[in-house]
Ligand binder design. Structure first.
Ligand code: HEC
Length: 310
C-alpha cells in the first residue's frame, strides 16, 4: 500500500490546502452562491421572523363573557330549601316561563341544547334530555351550584341575580326533560342551604358595569383637573388675605390645590387641614416653615383654600 497507487482516493490534507481542487473552479461559484443565499436570508430576517409566528385567534366562547350587569342593591327573601327542593306543578309552570325568557336562546325551546345562539358556542349548551357528562350534575342541588356560579370557561354564565326561588323553579322544569333524574337526599339539601345561607336571605350590594365605573372615574378626574386649574388661576389674581398668606408659605400652587381637591371630602375642619399639611408639607405643596403658623393664620389659610376648591 503505497501512497501513489490511490489515484481515486481523496487526499484530504491536500484538499484542505487547495479546496478548489475538489470542484475545480466551480468551487468559487458555489461559494459565491452560498454567500449570496446567506445575505438574502439576513436581509429578510425581519419578515421571516414575522411570518413564523402567525397570530392565531381561537374561537372560544369564554372570551364572549361581557361586562358585569348593572344591579341595584336589593334584599333576597329567604327560601325554605326543604320545600323548594321538591317539585310541584306550580314550580314547573313557573320554571317553564323563566326558561323561555332566560335559557332557551342557548338551550333551545325543548331543552335539547339547540337554541339560536348555540351554534357560536364551544362547548355546546347542555342537552337536558341526556344525563351523561354533566359538569356539576342534574340533581337539584347540583344545578343550583351551576346557576349560582356558572360553568367557568363556557358560555354558561352565573345566574345568581335571579331570586333563589326562581332558580329552584327553573331547575324543576329542566328536570322534566329527562326520566330517571337522580334524587337529592335531605343531606344534600341541607348542605346547599348551609353553603349559600338560603334560609337567611341575603342583602345583595349593588354593582355597576366596569365600563361605566371607569367612565365615572375618568370624568371625576377631568372635573378634578379643571377645579385645580380654576383654583390656581383664582389664587394668582387674588388679593384676599388668605391668598396672600398662602403665596407666602407655599412652594407649588398646583400641588396645594391638587391635594386640596383630592382631600376636600375628607378634610372637614382646620384641625384636619393642619394634620393633612403638617404630615408632609412639601408633598402637599407647602414650605416646611408652614408648621410655625399661628392658629389664626391656619384658620385663614384653611378657609381660603377650601373656599376655592369647594
Ligand atoms: C349563552 C348561552 C347559555 C344560556 C343563555 C344558558 N346556558 Fe346553560 N349552558 C350553556 C352552555 C354552553 C353549557 C355547557 C357548559 C359546559 O359543558 O361546560 C350550559 C350548561 C348548563 C347546565 C349543565 C351544567 C352541568 O352540570 O353540566 C345547566 C343546568 C344549565 N346550563 C342551565 C341553564 C339555565 C337554567 C339557564 C337559564 C337561566 C341557562 N342554562 C342559560 C349555555 C347557556
Amino acid at each position: 500500500m503505497n501512497r501513489h497507487h490511490s489515484n481515486d482516493e481523496i487526499d484530504w490534507k491536500d484538499l484542505k490546502r487547495k479546496p478548489e481542487k475538489l470542484f475545480g473552479f466551480s468551487y468559487f461559484y458555489v461559494l459565491a452562491v452560498l454567500v449570496g443565499i446567506g445575505l438574502l436570508y439576513i436581509s429578510n430576517l425581519n419578515s421571516i421572523g414575522r411570518n413564523a409566528v402567525n397570530p392565531t385567534v381561537f374561537p372560544d366562547s369564554a372570551a364572549r363573557i361581557s361586562d358585569i350587569p348593572l344591579q341595584s342593591p336589593r334584599i333576597i327573601p329567604p327560601v325554605d330549601v326543604l320545600k323548594a327542593g321538591f317539585s310541584s306543578p306550580e314550580l314547573i309552570k313557573q320554571g317553564r316561563d323563566l326558561f323561555k325568557a332566560n335559557c332557551s336562546s342557548c338551550h333551545g325551546d325543548n331543552g335539547a341544547g339547540e337554541g339560536l345562539s348555540a351554534a357560536m358556542l364551544n362547548p355546546k349548551p347542555r342537552n337536558f334530555h341526556i344525563l351523561k357528562d354533566w359538569k356539576n350534575g342534574s340533581k337539584v342541588t347540583q344545578m343550583y351550584k351551576t346557576l349560582e356560579e356558572g360553568i367557568p370557561g363556557s358560555g354558561m354564565a352565573s345566574y345568581n341575580y335571579l331570586p333563589p326561588a326562581d332558580r329552584f323553579a327553573l331547575i324543576h322544569y329542566i328536570r322534566t326533560f329527562a326520566n330517571n333524574q337522580p334524587a337529592d337526599s335531605i343531606g344534600d339539601l341541607k348542605a346547599l342551604d348551609a353553603a349559600y345561607q338560603l334560609a337567611q336571605g341575603m342583602n345583595v350590594a349593588g354593582q355597576i358595569p366596569i365600563k361605566k365605573a371607569l367612565r365615572l372615574v375618568v370624568n371625576e378626574n377631568i372635573a378634578g383637573a379643571e377645579l385645580v386649574h380654576k383654583s390656581v388661576s383664582q389664587l394668582n389674581g387674588s388679593q384676599d388675605p388668605g391668598a396672600v398668606l398662602l403665596k407666602r408659605v407655599m412652594v407649588d400652587e398646583q400641588r396645594v390645590m391638587k391635594s386640596a381637591v383630592s382631600l376636600k371630602d375628607r378634610v372637614r375642619s382646620v384641625d384636619d387641614f393642619i394634620k393633612m399639611v403638617t404630615a408632609d408639607p412639601l408633598h402637599s405643596g407647602f414650605k416646611a416653615s408652614v408648621i410655625r403658623l399661628s392658629p389664626d393664620e391656619w384658620n385663614r389659610l384653611y378657609h381660603y383654600v377650601f373656599s376655592v376648591v369647594r
